[in-house]
Write a protein that binds this ligand. Structure first.
Ligand code: ZN
Length: 217
């Protein structure tokens, strides 16, 4: 009997902590669990766990652009920085692969759709627009929804040209456009040892992760 009461106490404790809801019957053999289901799911449905001040969220972004032919005469713009190179990236806007990945990471963290949702290629307004405009718009959108940027980290995958020397300028451009500190922005450049489309110099890819925090409940 003492053992059975102890079991009941444990279950009551779990329930009070919101870990689980268990219907328990005290029988001669002790505590018999008839039903168990995560209590948190029910409470979430009731809106009992609002996103409150300081709540962090993460998002990921990924983008790829092919190099345009030399004849296209497109400038190479990455991270909002014009980089001297024979070929630019092909795309609807300025094809800034880094900014596009960062925009998707930020939108993803806030669950506000993706770059195609807000800047559709069918919309003439964004045709040939600098991607820094996408980024500034995204920062404003997040602020309007009560989010501030904690930090972001991007990995650029490119065989050529060498991107490393341009990383400080990219970080400064991203930070200034987003209205955050350079210390909150990381950009890393990688090659792929000649493997894959990036390794063959056919295009560039970028991965990005963003952390955002709630400014108000
Ligand atoms: Zn893109």
């Amino acid at each position: 009997m003492g053992e059975s009461r102890a079991a009941l106490n444990v279950l009551a404790h779990l329930t009070a902590d919101g870990l689980t809801s268990i219907v328990c019957a005290n029988s001669a053999s002790g505590c018999e669990m008839r039903h168990a289901q995560p209590r948190t799911s029910a409470r979430r449905q009731e809106g009992a766990f609002p996103v409150t001040d300081g709540t962090p969220r993460v998002g990921t972004g990924y983008d790829v652009h092919a190099f345009a032919p030399v004849e296209a005469g497109r400038p190479l713009i990455v991270g909002g920085v014009v980089i001297p190179f024979a070929r630019g990236l092909a795309g609807h806007s300025d094809a800034d692969v880094l900014i596009h990945a960062v925009v998707d990471a930020l939108l993803g963290a806030a669950a506000l759709g993706d770059i195609g949702t807000h800047f559709p290629s069918s919309d003439a307004h964004w045709r040939n627009a600098p991607s820094t405009e996408f980024l500034a718009f995204t920062a404003e959108l997040l602020r309007d929804h009560g989010w501030r940027i904690g930090n972001l980290d991007a990995t650029l995958v490119a065989e050529a040209p060498r991107m490393g020397p341009h990383v400080p300028a990219m970080r400064a451009q991203l930070a200034a456009t987003l209205g955050i500190l350079v210390e909150q922005v990381s950009v890393k450049a990688k090659t792929t040892d000649g493997l894959g489309f990036a390794g063959r110099g056919e295009g560039m890819a970028c991965y990005a992760v963003a952390l955002i925090e709630r400014t108000a409940s």
